[in-house]
Every structure is written in C-alpha cells, then in structure tokens.
Ligand binder design. Sequence first.
Ligand code: KG4
Ligand code: ZN
Length: 345
Amino acid sequence: MKDGKTIILGIESSCDDTSAAVLQDGWLLANVMASQEVHRKYGGVIPELASRAHQQNILPVVSQALDQAGVTMDNVDAIAFTRGPGLLGSLIVGTSFAKGLALASAKPLVEVNHLQGHILSHFIKVEGRDNTQPRFPFLALLVSGGHTQIVRVDDYLQFTVLGQTIDDAVGEAFDKCSKMMDLGYPGGPIIDRLAKEGNPTRFRFAKPNIPGLDFSFSGIKTSLLYFLRDSLKEDPDFIEKNKNDLCASFQKDLVDILMKKLVKATEITGIKQIVAGGGVAANSALRNAITSEGAKRGWSTFLPELRFTTDNAAMIAIVGYYKYQKGLFSNLEAAPISRAAEYTL
Ligand code: KG4
Ligand code: ZN
C-alpha cells in the first residue's frame, strides 16, 4: 500500500461482469474482474443467469481485490457501488453486497451512475503510464451495449447529455449484426477482428438522417438484414464467402455515424478535448477514426486503456472518489435504478 489518504473500494455488477477495484487517491491498486462465459452459448446476456453468477463471484472478487491492493476493510474509507443503470437482478447483487459490507464495516457508501464511470475512467491513474487527463470542459462519446451518447462534461460531476440514440445503442448494432451473420457473442470484438481482413468500402448500408446530435442505429441494422436475406437467396454461402467485407463495411458505417455527430458536437460547442468511453470504445476502427480526425482538427483525444473500456469497478471507484471528496454519501435504503431514463446524468 502506498502512503496516501483516500482509499475507495469500488463494486460493479450492472450487467455480466462482476468486478471490484481499489483506488488510493485516484491511483489504481487493484481491479479484479470475473466475466461470465455462461451467456456466450445463448447469444446474449440471460438476466437470471447473470444474477446467479454475480452472487457466486462477488465475495471472491471483492476479497481478491482487497488482497491484491494489500489493504483490509479497516483501510478503506468508502465503498462505491453501481446503483444503475443496468439489469435489475444484477444490480441488486452488487447493491445489497455493498450495503451489507458498509453496515458490517461501518464505512460510508457512495452510489455511482455506471455511465459516469465510463466517462471518468480517464481519471484513473496507473503507475508507469502517462496519466495526462482531459481538461474541462470536454466532450465524451459514450458508446456501449446499452448507451450511445455525446456528453458535455464541465466538472467531475457535472454532465450534460447533448445527444443520444433514439433507438438501439451502437454496441447493440454490433451484437445484432453478429447474430444475423451467426458469428457469435458478444459481436463487437468478433466484428472488429474479422473487419481487419475485409474491405470497408465494398458494401453500403442505409445511413440514418437524424437531426441534431442524436443517433439512430435501427435503420442500418434493418438494411443489413434485408441485404443478407436477398443475397442469401442468390447464394446460400454469401455470408461465409464475404464475412470479412461485410464486417468491415458494416463497422465503417457505424463508425461514420458516430464520427459525423462527434464532429458536429465539436463544431457546435467549440470544445476540442475529446474522450471516448464504454465497451465500443475498444473498437479499433473507432479508435483510429477519433485519433486521425483529432489530428486533422486539432483535438486532444483520450482513448481509454482496453481494460477500462469494458465494465470494470475501477471506473466506479474513481467516481466514488470524487463524490467522497464532496461528501455525497448514499444510505442503506438505496435501491437499484435499472433504467437510464430514470437516472439522469
Ligand atoms: O460497456 P460495456 O462493456 O457494457 C455495457 O455497459 O453495455 O459494452 C459492451 C458492448 C457490447 O455491445 C460489445 O459488443 C461492445 O461493447 N464491444 C465492442 C468491442 N468490444 C466490446 N464493439 C465494437 N468493437 C469492439 N472491439
Ligand atoms: Zn458499461
């Protein structure tokens, strides 16, 4: 353990990853994850199975994180937990565990909005790495399996949603595309990998025309569906023969949709500090697009380390750290909030 002041234990269980992390004054001491392989064969997350796996994993994951960090509950100043949004049954496991631990150890509780975690993951400090942080105000492109938003961030806990998807999230579009082509789950990383061998300009799918900074991904998904249906009528092996080009083209279109709105947001706000967050921020084409567009337009761009793109507790602990500093504590009645719409940034 390093010399320092505030030690936060973070707990994340909003979807299918059980994670616990320990931060000291924002420095990462441990980040333990247990991913649930059980959903893979069903082609998507099965909520009942997710809750059960969280229940099995949460105690070992938390104690492993404390061990790795070299701390005990006596050293911890506060317990930060994901209150939402996410799957209700999954959230209940983390919330109840955090409350029980807080009661037993007489430590304060801090509730965290999962989306704020994805955005503030850029403030986690890691030893041996360049820890340059974005300056306020910055724009966050938040892209995950459940959300797609452009958020203006004026301070650690001051967020304004400038635009968001009106239907599917971009991660969902990746996952559904993969399902249509029978490639596996989760689709994002699989498409990313296959796309590297494909031609991104071979096929074109319908692009949405949504005003302002909002997004839509349902049209492009339907466009792919009809295109595959028609092509398979002509050649039953169409997908197998063309999957790399299909993935590369579909991925390019999704990235173009995201980049168009991100560029527009920088033009409207004049903000040139750009961060990406969420599972889809692991996508190599999106990362390249943000970096190259940024170089062209004079942006300062911040892409999270891959381990901080996916759901993790370090990002929950960092939000917990900033809330702790402001004395924003939760109480033992705090119940999960599963829907993002009821949990404003
Ligand atoms: O943030 P996250 O781990 O969970 C949610 O909060 O939703 O995001 C999961 C999403 C999934 O849709 C997954 O397919 C997508 O992130 N994803 C990717 C990549 N890695 C994960 N999408 C595109 N390219 C990737 N490399
Ligand atoms: Zn997430």
